[in-house]
Design a protein around this ligand. Structure first.
Ligand code: SF4
Ligand code: SF4
Length: 141
């Protein structure tokens, strides 16, 4: 299909380390993503460890063990997974932020294929589609 699933990234919920004090806890970097033609795209599906209400990581202290795809700041910047207005992306000249405003469900069958590659269940797919416009909403993996 030409689309490649990409790991989640995120530091949502980092309460103490100085490098993490910039986080606004928006949770957007904790969505699952895909790459198409060298661009990173956000999907409406979120890491199962992100609390959709608080936008905090529920396994923060052990997030890299709980989710081997979770990336820290440096790796996340290198992979271009933080949104353009994330404080960690600020000041990185040439940083190419992911596409956030994609009409994901408008992709039709490709959306299904990407979701399958990201191991999104039919239930989660349907739930996200019902709430579309809500890429800021939570989800489970
Ligand atoms: S996108 Fe940036 S501000 Fe939002 S949760 Fe991720 S690291 Fe924090
Ligand atoms: S484990 Fe999931 S929710 Fe927690 S920081 Fe990583 S991507 Fe975000």
């Amino acid at each position: 299909m030409g689309a490649e699933a990409q790991p989640t990234a995120g530091i949502a919920g980092g309460p103490s380390a100085p490098e993490e004090s910039l986080c606004r806890r928006c949770g957007r970097c904790c969505c699952r993503k895909f790459i198409l033609k060298d661009r990173v795209y956000y999907t409406p599906f979120f890491c199962k460890f992100l609390d959709p209400g608080t936008r905090l990581c529920t396994v923060y202290a052990e997030r890299f063990r709980a989710n081997p795809h979770c990336l820290g700041v440096e790796a996340g910047l290198a992979r271009g997974v933080f949104p353009g207005d994330c404080p960690y992306a600020a000041g990185h000249s040439g940083y190419r932020a992911p596409v956030e405003d994609l009409d994901f469900f408008g992709l039709g069958e490709l959306a299904r294929e990407i979701a399958a590659e990201l191991e999104v269940s039919d239930e989660e797919f349907a739930r996200a589609r019902r709430g579309q416009g809500g890429s800021s909403g939570g989800g489970e993996r």
